[in-house]
Write a protein that binds this ligand. Structure first.
Ligand code: PNS
Length: 161
């Protein structure tokens, strides 16, 4: 049986930290499904459609990585896909509490679900989506932090008035 892991997130925007987790994830799992969350109450820079398109472009020609989206509970999405593995990256200690709460809540809702954590590698561990937006909006370069397409789209989005 194929081992399929869901890698869920907001990906607003997608960073090199996310990329690092996916590249390591496909070495452990047969398939990684990047699941972009559609959270209607969360204000995002990129629309759901834009986020999905950007990530699909990044993984073009990589059948082991699928890019999808979901709305509602992650556990329901996992059940629908027929997998019980969720992959998450952990950057710093400050991520731990939030990740622990999510993993345990998901496990309460769906006891078979296992959340597997990968520690984000140090060159990426300081990268956060909100800091990237700030750097670009203040005229800096996020070249080392996000794939080229993300920087380009973000620049266009933030300076389009
Ligand atoms: O990139 P993020 O914002 O840290 O990702 C958080 C995400 C999307 C994985 C989380 O908010 C989520 O799973 N949302 C779906 C709704 C849900 O299942 N909520 C209960 C989680 S315990």
């Amino acid at each position: 049986m194929k081992r399929v892991a869901i890698y869920p997130g907001s990906f607003d925007p997608f960073t090199n930290g996310h990329l690092n987790i996916i590249e390591r994830g496909v070495k452990v799992f047969d398939n990684v499904i990047v699941a972009v969350a559609h959270n209607v109450s969360k204000k995002t820079i990129f629309t759901l459609d834009e986020r999905v398109k950007i990530i699909r472009e990044i993984f073009k020609g990589r059948p082991e990585v699928r890019v999808d989206y979901f709305q509602g509970l992650l556990v329901e999405y996992a059940k629908k896909l027929g997998t019980n593995i969720v992959l998450r990256g952990m950057r710093t200690v400050s991520d731990f509490e939030y990740e622990l709460q999510m993993a345990l809540s998901n496990k309460t809702l769906y006891p078979e679900l296992e959340t597997i954590f990968m520690v984000t590698e140090s060159p990426h561990s300081h990268i956060s989506s909100s800091l990237i937006k700030e750097i670009i909006s203040l005229g800096g370069s996020a070249k080392e932090m996000v794939p080229e397409i993300v920087e380009k789209k973000l620049r266009k989005k933030l300076f389009k008035k």
